[in-house]
Design a protein around this ligand. Structure first.
Ligand code: MG
Length: 157
């Protein structure tokens, strides 16, 4: 088996749509980024690529490329599943931690697990999504951005 770790953070900007963990969340701010800014899926993608020894998200989906502008990160996640499979692996389990002071994410956790499970061909039991705050500390605590950590376990096909 192989494991990978991923991390990402993006800036929160007023008036942008918020996509997090593959779910559209109604809120006054959204995450800036070349894609839809979904930090949770970006961290997960890096964890999957790392586990497979395939580099990182920037190599696969360069932010300099116009075709990735505004793209749904779920689309990137599904493509990464294909690339991980092509490298000879299938995803066995993933686990995420999302760090955000606001909005409250608990009501969206089940939908995030379902979205990620669908994109990776897993059951929801194989997908962990946790949310935490930093008790007001740092850029996440001040509501300037949202961060995410992810771990992925993959096994030979
Ligand atoms: Mg990112």
């Amino acid at each position: 088996m192989r494991v990978g770790i991923g991390f990402d953070a993006h800036r929160l900007v007023a008036g942008l749509p918020l996509a997090l963990g593959g779910v559209a969340i109604p809120w006054e701010k959204g995450l800036a980024g070349h894609s839809d800014g979904d930090v949770a899926l970006h961290a997960l993608i890096d964890a999957l690529l790392g586990a497979a020894g395939l580099g990182d998200i920037g190599e696969h989906f360069p932010p300099t490329e116009e075709r990735f502008r505004g793209i749904a990160s779920r689309q990137l996640l599904r493509e990464v599943r294909t690339r991980v499979a092509a490298a000879g692996f299938r995803v066995e389990q993933v686990d995420l931690v999302i760090i955000a002071e606001q909005p409250r994410l608990a009501p969206y956790r089940a939908a995030m697990r379902a979205a990620i499970a669908e994109d990776l061909g897993l059951t929801v039991e194989q997908v962990g999504v946790k949310a935490t705050t930093t008790d007001g500390l740092g850029f996440t605590g001040r509501g300037e951005g949202i961060a995410a950590h992810a771990v992925a376990l993959i096994v030979p096909r």
